[in-house]
Design a protein around this ligand. Structure first.
Ligand code: NOJ
Length: 565
């Protein structure tokens, strides 16, 4: 390994397993479990999850059967966007622990054969980052301002924002700063997200250099890769032309063709990072969080010299309709392998309505808007859970790599009834409550039915209240029940691993009707019924079923894995 960094490697720097032969790297087939640290497990008792809490639960991830973990941000941050507002990229927020706690967590995961990728947030920092504080104190045109997107305003005295861009969280994407001197009348800075999240200027080589340093800092500590936040947003079109979002594209879950999404120059950044990761052994990986309208566009992020994976958001946004699910699977298995990348699959994360609720919504809910007490089309919990279990059974049989979001293995629904005063998502504040935002999918995990805060924290504190019904959904309650969602996930993951489904190939099967999703992967046959009438099952031994079977029939909203006798 050609290490160019001066940071001395920690003991955790040893790769988990040496490099695989090309084509057999771990990230091509891995099931990767997203941990949202503030809501996973709280060892300190302050009501906010932390790194020692995660370490204490690693054996639970082993018994679930996942291959890797993606850790959402745990860096020092004022927490205005739950840590996606990073004030220092190379440390741990005291809220979550220390760097030593991080090393212990990584070592504990590696000891158990679990890889770990961390979140990298390169589009913007927190306004508390030392660079931004220095920029505020410096004059327009200074090198300090040149690291962010500062512009003079329009209008006679610069009183109007430089253009009409809107923040993803609602409201204007520009904020004016006080004059730094008497000659200056107050510039504006760009923030595609919250006003406390100023966008970096990626036309500045210093920003590139800084992020190479940050990558190496964590690679030297031994991480297996990075999930890259807003990977489609770093480069903005020259001249920053006016643009208003295409509401249709946004409500379909993709971002539109805006002058700040998916610009060509962004790909050079990832080619550069690809080379940085290639200096390290152990198949380190980059995964793009790039919200793009189609699978084909998404595949541009995973060409051979760019990132290794990209989240398949078109798959996540597909409704529970057989033809739509078949189409997006076919497109994905064409488009990603066409550029040498694995298809990826995901149904839930910390930004979307949990799929145990989303798949039963009867009214439109654009990504990020969330659902709350006043939302139309509220899901029926039993329908949502049934569909979620079936959809997961389809997903985990697909070749490629799959992402799970903490709590989906318990069938957790979106929490709809959160009181207004506990909401924390900047979306809620920036839209004056018109959008509920994402708090409903971030409620702390219930571990133990009869413990305070369901075992999330020793003191019973929890930063968001957990619903009373969650005692029955707690992990301890589900341990006792072989029909539980937890046991379904364990079974699916065990069979997926034993049968090598992640490295397999899909062949569609006809004959089960337009409302079925039916395919073979290896010698496992998968049939899901997304229609309104039962589907006759073929003979065979059932390996897993997302719900009870009625004789030789597959009930609606149910999926089965079987092998011929
Ligand atoms: C995507 C992250 O997943 C989301 O949680 C965050 O609010 C935005 N990027 C801004 O960083």
């Amino acid at each position: 390994m050609d290490r160019t960094s001066t940071t001395s490697p920690s003991p955790a720097a040893e790769p988990l397993i040496g490099a695989s032969r090309p084509g057999a790297e771990w990230w091509r087939t891995a099931v990767i479990y997203q941990i949202y640290p503030r809501s996973f497990a709280d060892a300190s008792g302050d009501g906010i999850g932390d790194l020692p809490g995660i370490t204490s639960r690693l054996d639970d991830l082993v018994s679930l059967g996942v291959d890797a973990v993606w850790l959402s941000p745990f860096y020092p941050s004022p927490q205005n966007d739950a840590g996606y507002d990073v004030a220092d990229y190379c440390d741990v927020d005291p809220l979550f622990g220390t760097l030593a706690d991080f090393d212990a967590l990584l070592a504990g995961a590696h000891d158990r054969g679990i890889r770990m990728i961390v979140d990298l947030v390169p589009n913007h920092s927190s306004d508390q980052h030392a660079w931004f504080q220095a920029a505020l104190a410096a004059a327009p045109g200074s090198p300090e301002r040149g690291r962010y997107m500062f512009q003079d305003g329009r209008g006679a005295s610069g009183e109007l924002p430089p253009n009409n861009w809107e923040s993803v969280f609602g409201g204007p994407a520009w904020t004016r700063v006080p004059p730094a001197s008497r000659e200056d009348n107050g510039q504006w800075y760009l923030h595609l997200f919250d006003s406390t999240q100023p966008d970096f200027d990626w036309s500045n080589p210093e920003v590139h250099e800084e992020f190479r340093r940050i990558l190496r800092f964590w690679l030297d500590r031994g991480v297996d890769g990075f999930r890259v936040d807003v990977a489609h947003g770093l480069v903005k079109t020259d001249g920053l032309p006016d643009h208003l979002p295409d509401r249709d594209a946004v409500s379909l879950g993709g971002h539109d063709e805006a002058p700040y999404w998916g610009q060509e120059g962004v790909h050079d950044i990832y080619r550069d990072w690809h080379r940085v990761l290639a200096e390290y052994d152990g198949d380190r990986a980059l995964c793009a969080e790039a919200w793009l309208p189609t699978v084909d566009r998404t595949a541009e992020w995973v060409r051979p010299d760019e990132m290794h994976q990209a989240f398949n958001f078109p798959y996540l946004m597909t409704q529970w309709r057989a033809s739509a699910v078949r189409d997006v699977i076919s497109e994905s298995l064409r488009a990603f392998p066409a550029v040498g990348a694995p298809a990826t699959w995901v149904l839930s994360n910390h930004d979307v309505v949990r799929h145990a609720s989303r798949l039963a919504l009867t009214a439109e809910s654009p990504q990020g808007h969330g659902i709350g007490p006043g939302s139309p089309g509220r899901p029926i919990a039993a329908v949502g859970l049934r569909r979620a279990r079936a959809a997961t059974a389809v997903m985990l049989a697909l070749p490629g790599s799959a992402y799970l979001y903490q709590g989906e293995e318990l069938g957790l629904p979106e929490v709809v009834e959160l009181p207004d005063e506990v909401r924390r998502d900047p979306t809620w504040f920036r839209t004056d409550g018109a959008r509920y935002g994402r708090d409903g999918c971030r409620v702390p995990i219930p571990w133990t039915a009869d413990a305070p805060a369901y075992g999330f924290s020793p003191t019973g504190a929890a930063w968001l209240p957990q619903p009373a019904e969650w005692a029955a959904l707690s992990r301890s309650a589900q341990e006792e029940d072989p029909e539980s969602t937890l046991w379904l996930y364990r079974t699916l993951l065990a069979v997926r691993r034993a049968e090598g489904l992640g490295a397999g190939a899909l062949a569609w099967i006809d004959g089960y009707g337009a409302d079925a999703i039916a395919f073979r992967n290896g010698h496992v046959t998968v049939i899901a019924n997304a229609g309104t009438a039962p589907v006759a099952l073929p003979a065979g031994t059932v390996l897993a079923s997302s719900g009870p079977l009625t004789g030789a029939e597959l009930p609606v909203d149910t999926a089965v894995w079987l092998v011929a006798d």
